[in-house]
Design a protein around this ligand. Structure first.
Ligand code: ZN
Length: 491
């Protein structure tokens, strides 16, 4: 090093190259090095703790204080600003997308997790406190565990940067070691990260044979989330499992959480609606156990009655608005939709035990489908109703699928078929899971809209999911709010 420096210092000036010693740094990673410190005149020597490109390198105290400034303080500052917006949906969206987790896992890619875990855990607590303010709720341990899951697993996406730090560090070290051909176990804290991942994913033998299966950061983090979701299901009651499975259905179920809040796009929720929807999604109490003002039955505090009460046209409004959103996308896709068409059918009159000719009012009839016209019928069902709850507790979308097949298809498919019309049910669960044919319909309409509007299919699918999801949650929240007595007026 000294020789190289001397060559530059002596041979450089005739070529117009001058050493600026103050701008150089000699970094010695350990003060216990055997060789004497090179004598480079005017060059600052850094021993032990230093940072490069925003990453700390050094002992735990140094790295921890670096992470404190780079992550914890910034999280505190950003969270405080988000809360100043006084809009829970906006504050939540910004915190989920931009605060805490992303900064935490970014620094974790270059900082061993044993150095960062304390400050990352503190940063996670800041996010948790912010959520309590946003949702006006002090969540139970299980509710918070759900909130920290990714939205595709029924969570609110407020993922823990401390929990996912080992995944980030492991994947980054392994990729570097592979690129440059060195042993990843030579990196500081690599074995510690591997041990942590084994515990978090319940895979004690992972990597013991020298190869790591599914080892990208995304895959390791997904395995950690899967394990957390499984342990949450194990610790939950039957009705909570039915709710969690429905929330974890992806697509429409999580789109209200990932949508950009926009009145223009139909994805903005009022503060009261957003807060009620959050509580409903987490299975927290949402209303009082008082008699329903519209039907007189006793309500439960978790909103089951509110969401399934047939009085006051609550369910009709939810149904009609979902249908109208889908109808406008069918129009955009030039599928020639007709709203509420009358389709001649034969229906069984249960009282007289007679079959009679009648006109059935469908929700939407698509006249242009490439094949036969297609009638679509909308419905919303609850995975918590006694008929479905046991099946819904075992798997995602059970209630929607059973309702679609046992009720809707049985009632209409054969009769409509005789008229040369295909029938597709579009059944939603109250938490957003939908039936198989409903998913296929969304894909079909997305493709048509995408080619008519020169957009990608995935962008259109996201838009349809977001609008349907926000509509579903908005009217779920209305069902609760309109049954809960307003707060007493202040004197
Ligand atoms: Zn009622």
């Amino acid at each position: 090093m000294t020789k190289a420096f001397q060559i530059i210092a002596s041979d450089g000036p005739p070529l117009g190259l001058f050493v600026n010693a103050k701008k150089c740094e000699l970094i010695r990673h350990s003060s216990e090095s055997n060789t004497a410190c090179a004598d480079l005149p005017g060059v600052p020597v850094i021993i032990g703790n230093w940072s490069i490109l925003g990453s700390p390198i050094g002992d735990t105290v140094f790295c921890s204080s670096f992470v404190e400034n780079a992550v914890l303080r910034k999280t505190e500052d950003s969270v405080m600003r988000c809360l100043l917006l006084d809009d829970p949906q906006l504050a939540y969206s910004l915190i989920r997308k931009c605060v805490g987790f992303c900064q935490g896992v970014f620094i974790s890619r270059s900082c061993p997790s044993q150095h960062s875990r304390e400050m990352l855990a503190a940063s996670d607590r800041v996010v948790a406190t912010a959520f309590e303010k946003i949702a006006c709720l002090h969540p139970t341990a299980l509710q918070w565990q759900q909130a920290t899951l990714s939205t595709s697993r029924g969570g609110l996406g407020l993922r823990s940067s401390a929990t996912h730090a080992p995944a980030a560090y492991f994947a980054s070290v392994k990729a570097c070691a592979e690129a440059d051909g060195w042993d990843p176990y030579l990196a500081e804290g690599f074995d510690y990260a591997v041990e942590e991942i084994r515990t978090l994913t319940n895979r004690p033998h992972w990597g013991l044979d020298g190869t790591f299966q599914e080892s990208s950061q995304h895959e390791v983090s997904a395995a950690i989330d899967d394990r957390q979701f499984d342990s949450l299901l194990t610790a939950s009651t039957t009705s909570d499992r039915a709710r969690l499975n429905s929330c974890a259905a992806q697509g429409v179920a999580s789109a209200w959480l990932t949508a950009v809040p926009s009145p223009h796009l139909g994805t903005a929720l009022t503060p009261a609606c957003f807060v009620a929807a959050l509580k409903l999604y987490l299975g927290a109490p949402v209303c009082s156990a008082a008699p329903c003002p519209f039907c007189g039955k006793l309500m439960d505090i978790y909103g089951y009655h509110s969401l399934t009460c047939k009085s006051y046209y609550t369910m009709t409004r939810r149904h009609d608005n979902l249908r109208n959103i889908f109808f406008s996308f069918c129009e955009m896709g030039r599928l020639l939709p007709k709203r509420e068409p009358l389709i001649p059918t034969k229906q069984l009159d249960h009282k007289k035990r007679l079959v009679r000719d009648t006109n059935t009012r469908g929700d939407i009839l698509l006249l242009s489908t490439g094949t036969r016209p297609c009638a679509i019928d909308f419905a919303v069902t609850s995975p918590l109703q006694p008929l479905f709850i046991d099946g819904a507790a075992l798997g995602t979308g059970y209630a929607a699928q059973q309702y679609a097949v046992d009720v809707k298809e049985k009632k209409y498919a054969a009769e409509f078929g005789k008229q040369g019309i295909d029938f597709k049910p579009m059944v939603f669960e109250t938490f957003g899971a939908i039936c198989i044919k409903g998913k296929e319909l969304i894909q079909f309409v997305s493709r048509s809209v995408a080619s008519c509007r020169n957009l990608s299919v995935s962008v259109v699918t996201q838009r349809i999911n977001a609008q349907l999801s926000c509509c579903l949650m908005r009217y779920n929240a209305h069902a609760i709010l309109e049954r809960d007595p307003p707060p007493a007026a202040a004197d």
